[in-house]
Design a protein around this ligand. Sequence first.
Ligand code: AMP
Length: 382
Amino acid sequence: MIRILIFAALIFIVLIQLHDLRFEPFISEGKINTAIDAMSDKINQDYNGKNPVFLVVLNGAFMVASEIIKRFDGDCEVAFVKLGSYQGTATTGNVDTLLGLNISLQDRYVVIIEDIVDTGITLEEIYRILEKENSTDVRIATLFFKPEAYQKNFRINYIGMEIPNNFIVGYGLDYNGLGRNLTQIYKLKKENMTNLVLFGPPGAGKGTQANFLKDKYKLVHISTGDVFRYNIKNETSLGLHAKSFMDQGQLVPDNVTIEMLGAEVDKNPGANGFIFDGFPRTVAQAEALSELLKEKNTEVAAMIALEVDDEVLVERLLERGKTSGRNDDADEDIIRNRIHVYYEETAILKQFYLKENKYYGVDGVGTISEITERISRVIDSL
Ligand code: AMP
């Protein structure tokens, strides 16, 4: 019994959720403390009797800085700068100075304390700020260093630990403001999600199939057409904006659609995966989807394309129009325009996913269950 409990405790990994993302334990508090002890020993040796200024780079470095400074044996001073370059889980490449230097560093020994050095862009900015200061000596101490991400040449004098290029939180580091208080380091969890793009011209049966597949594979179904129709029905500003395009069978502009899709995905943290139905319809949308999923440490697993002859589509949609109440199903010209828009603007996405080896064509003519069966075979093979 005891053995089973120990085993269960060993495989039980405590995940934490910050906003929409899940993180798993990565570096323990013990390892962090050992690394800080080693850095502090060297700093104590090198700055014996030198009265250095520890320049702490906010916000992330406050925790490691406090530890290094507590361990410093001699006299020292402390100053802060605050810089920012991260948005979500990716660096923007632009560094803003949010709080500048307020003491002179002329003729001083300066030790910059960083929580993490990845691209080195922030460091470059600090060096630019320090250039005018005429300090005696400037060195860098960082708790974490990502050699794979580092793009600059500044020597880093004191490194606590080298780490791979994962997005991490904890011990002062945050994801959109949260996670700084964690006493160990967590990394973004690789999600085992199955994200499917269900593709095909209007009337191909995407919605019908998605309804079966979402139950069978426990996925969240997002139909951009349905979300737009919901907004139109509820007369939201998004709905009013989309209506004029939809009534003509035209695409709603990318910026509106992409933002809406992102919000729908964010409503489902912890999902097993998504069926995207009616999205993406343009290359810009496909790129936005890759980006969005990448931020969540996942990707599109497959584009499953239902292939149906045009005349069958027109017939199906006219039939559906008798009961669906959709303006864009009731008129043959608008139906043909939607099919035309599909070939003009959307069919190109086949190339996009072919290039990534993610395109799977499925014959979309037959009974509903026959087609579900064909799609399931593709999903099961992924
Ligand atoms: P559907 O229900 O997928 O046939 O979509 C109906 C209408 O909603 C389309 O004809 C477009 O006007 C609009 N729509 C749905 N999804 C998108 C999208 N990904 N991009 C732009 N417009 C869309």
